[in-house]
Design a protein around this ligand. Structure first.
Ligand SMILES: NC(=O)c1ccc[n+]([C@@H]2O[C@H](COP(=O)([O-])OP(=O)(O)OC[C@H]3O[C@@H](n4cnc5c(N)ncnc54)[C@H](OP(=O)(O)O)[C@@H]3O)[C@@H](O)[C@H]2O)c1
Length: 363
């Protein structure tokens, strides 16, 4: 790999949050990326990282040694201090949408590329929203974004919503069969709301049938991912039509999706299984450090995939599928499962950053 010897210095904005903690953990010993700055709100600024996180630390491993010594910076007041210190930043913050847009553009205009988990810029036409195995080609729109922002190296790239990760990767290899429509019901883990069982006791013995904004994102974002770069923007695909219901369930990590699909040309079971087994993308071709070797794992057992058993498949970066069978109303139905804060959030963003690094966008 050409970039093996290069190292990029990284900042994490929102480092004290649920997704931020995943970044802090995933970047420990990363072969390419060295975390040098951790940033959060003014409430955390000036404190050493362990003090700033306090009892919010929700990872199963202890705070990494490198992070113990870092003093948290204020993402807004200290932005200029990062110039020349980092090659790019990850961003996962809980702020109002217009504040996030402004914050991310500010970093980009400081010539610090932003790899974002936030939804604020997902609809911006010249901001690529990338699942690296599926639409790596959308990175080419960054040139147009840089022209708009007046930057040489600064830009924003985002990853999609975590709920998509359990069905879009399974629908994608089936597009050659003409996917006409899909109905999906997602069963989403509480870490997707930045919660644990301690901070969300109302979820025990319960299901909450509403996650604000999630159904719109689950229906709309796939069309941008399946869109194409035309001129200076990404033009959304117009099909397949997706309808979604999103439920919050008492699971710590791992989103599950039940999907029902109709095709122009109904494939056989063998054709679907072959399409899933053979599917791979740029991360596998480039052997990116966080890429799963096999993106889609099909599990034959009737009671799989299960979030508790299957979310950590290939370090939480693969997508598991199961229960593929014919349907009376649609053509086929199946169940998908992926880790929402690994593949669906921080891990997906680290993989996107590896793709950007390998393609020279941080040089
Ligand atoms: N959880 C998931 O699975 C998931 C998946 C995909 C995307 N996301 C997105 O990722 C983002 C973060 O989610 P989360 O679950 O990690 O949230 P969270 O646990 O509530 O953490 C929020 C982070 O934002 C920081 N923050 C709040 N106000 C700020 C300000 N004014 N300036 C700078 N930093 C500020 C907080 O710092 P303090 O500690 O100092 O307050 C904290 O580090 C959200 O946009 C969410 O939609 C989450």
């Amino acid at each position: 790999m050409i970039h093996d010897k290069k190292e990029w210095k990284v900042g994490v904005i929102g480092a004290t949050g649920m997704v931020g903690q995943r970044f802090v953990t995933l970047l420990d010993g990363h072969p390419w990326f060295r975390p040098v700055c951790l940033l959060a709100s003014a409430r955390s600024a000036g404190k050493k990282y362990p003090e700033a996180v306090g009892d919010k630390w929700a990872m199963s491993v202890p705070i990494p040694a490198y992070a113990k010594d870092l003093t948290v910076l204020d993402a807004e007041a200290d932005a200029e201090k990062l110039v020349g210190k980092v090659d790019f930043v990850f961003c996962a913050v809980n702020m109002k949408k217009d504040q996030i847009k402004a914050l991310e553009e500010r970093y980009a205009k400081l010539e610090i590329p932003v790899v974002s988990n936030n939804s604020a810029h997902r609809g911006t036409k010249d901001v690529p929203m990338v699942i690296p195995e599926i639409n790596a080609s959308h990175l080419e729109v960054i040139a147009a974004q840089r022209r708009r922002l007046g930057t040489k190296r600064g830009f924003i790239a985002v990853k999609s919503n975590c709920s998509l990760q359990s069905y879009v990767p399974l629908l994608h290899p089936l597009l050659p069969f003409g996917v006409k429509s899909a109905a999906v019901c997602t069963y989403q883990a509480i870490s997707g709301a930045g919660k644990t069982f301690d901070t969300m006791p109302e979820i025990l013995d319960n299901i909450i049938p509403y996650i604000g904004g999630e159904e719109e994102k689950s229906e709309r974002e796939p069309l941008k991912i399946w869109g194409s770069v035309q001129g200076d923007e990404i033009v959304d695909a117009t099909a397949p039509v997706i309808t979604a219901q999103c439920l919050r369930v008492p699971v710590s990590d791992g989103h599950t999706a039940a999907a029902f699909v109709t095709f122009e040309r109904k494939p056989s079971k063998e054709e679907i299984l072959r399409a899933w087994a053979e599917f791979s993308g740029e991360p596998q071709k480039l052997a990116l450090p966080s890429a799963p070797k096999q993106f889609i794992h099909y599990l034959e057992e009737d009671n799989r995939p299960q979030p508790k058993l299957d979310r950590m498949t290939e370090n939480g970066m693969a997508v598991c599928a199961g229960r593929l069978r014919e349907d009376a109303l649609f053509d086929w139905k199946f169940v998908g499962c992926s880790h929402n804060t690994l593949r669906g959030a921080a891990g997906g963003a680290v993989l996107l950053a590896e793709l950007l690094a390998a393609k020279g966008y941080f040089d």
